[in-house]
Design a protein around this ligand. Structure first.
Ligand code: BEZ
Length: 177
């Protein structure tokens, strides 16, 4: 690969980017919202008892906050192989335009992993109350599902992000634990 690549993290990559990156910046993407509508049978759940993790849903007026990572050209190939393996549970890769609201860096186009409705692990819409019940009952090889929700909410709060779905889910999870 001859060029640096930007990756948009909006789930566990916000707080746990376990790959080498050249820089990272808080970023938003417009026209998308984050939703706990993707099932996880390989990280926060198991086959037959999936947890719930995030995906992106197109929404004309939506904005999704996350973290943008620049991967240096020399590191791109091994890291993309690693990320594709880590996110193998039904996600596909899409180009998104990242905006940097907290600094004056120009917009960049980069990659985001999206669980579209046609993937086998997609679970789809549900109330935050019911998602919370599933989350607290689920655990997988990467740890308990409630940890994923709570850490994401905490990281988004630190970014100053507005995300009613995640914060309501956090509230519902805290009621149950
Ligand atoms: C993430 O941003 O952590 C992420 C979300 C969905 C799939 C892969 C990574």
């Amino acid at each position: 690969m001859s060029e640096d690549v930007w990756v948009f993290g909006y789930g566990s990559l916000v707080w746990r980017p376990d790959f080498k990156f050249a820089e990272r910046r808080p970023a938003t993407i417009e026209g998308w919202v984050r939703r706990f509508w993707q099932g996880s049978t390989d990280h926060r759940g198991v086959p037959g008892a999936p947890g719930r993790v995030v995906t992106l849903e197109a929404d004309e007026k939506g904005i999704c906050w996350g973290m943008a990572y620049r991967i240096a050209a020399a590191d791109v190939e091994p890291i993309m192989v690693e990320l594709d393996y880590r996110e193998k549970g039904g996600y596909s890769v899409k180009n998104v335009e990242m905006i940097f609201p907290t600094d004056d860096h120009p917009n960049v186009t980069g990659l985001a992993y999206i669980g579209t409705p046609d993937n086998p692990n997609y679970l789809g819409p549900e109330t935050e109350e019911r998602i919370a019940a599933q989350v607290v009952a689920s655990t997988g090889p990467s740890g308990p599902n409630d940890e994923y929700v709570l850490r994401l909410a905490e990281a988004l709060r630190e970014l100053g992000a507005d995300d009613p779905h995640v914060f309501e889910l956090e509230r519902q999870v805290r009621k149950l634990i």
